[in-house]
Design a protein around this ligand. Structure first.
Ligand SMILES: Nc1ncnc2c1ncn2[C@@H]1O[C@H](COP(=O)(O)OP(=O)(O)OP(=O)(O)O)[C@@H](O)[C@H]1O
Ligand SMILES: [Mg+2]
Length: 123
């Protein structure tokens, strides 16, 4: 458990679990992108929340396949670029962990342009 404490605001989270979330999102960004593209992790602080985004310039996901992407075993027609395994479980784990922190998860993506996965943790 990590607690970041400023005079009036406290963010507490399970360090190992949030590391697992970042590992899943960053490894997906790598896995579904082509070599030599850029992956960016951005963190924003709002009044009542911390927003973390993992942005890739990879293959993206088509609009009609994005529904249910955080459900177990959901896979899309976007496949790994380096022959990696794909079980459809990583994002379901991400959602479970963030739900357990009273947060929320989401994605915006455009086929051929890339994806932004994000999670929000309450302060
Ligand atoms: N950054 C991304 N860019 C494009 N498609 C993605 C991205 N992340 C996930 N996807 C799509 O969403 C599906 C679900 O992702 P998820 O991480 O749950 O499973 P996975 O990567 O297939 O397998 P694993 O269980 O090893 O994580 C993937 O199969 C892929 O089609
Ligand atoms: Mg994955």
């Amino acid at each position: 458990m990590v607690i970041l404490n400023t005079p009036s605001q406290i963010l507490s989270f399970d360090e190992g679990k949030i590391e697992q979330v970042l590992n899943n999102l960053i490894s997906n960004a790598v896995k579904y992108s082509y070599p030599n593209s850029t992956i960016t992790v951005k963190v924003f602080k709002g009044n009542h929340q911390i927003i973390t985004q993992v942005v890739d310039e990879g293959q993206g996901i088509s609009e009609n396949e994005i529904d249910g992407i955080f459900k177990p075993f959901k896979k899309t027609s976007t496949k790994p670029t380096g022959g990696e395994n794909s079980h459809g479980l990583g994002l379901a784990i991400v959602k479970k962990i963030i739900d357990g922190h009273d947060g929320s998860v989401g994605v915006s993506s455009e086929l051929g342009k890339g994806s932004t996965f994000y999670f929000v943790l309450p302060i």
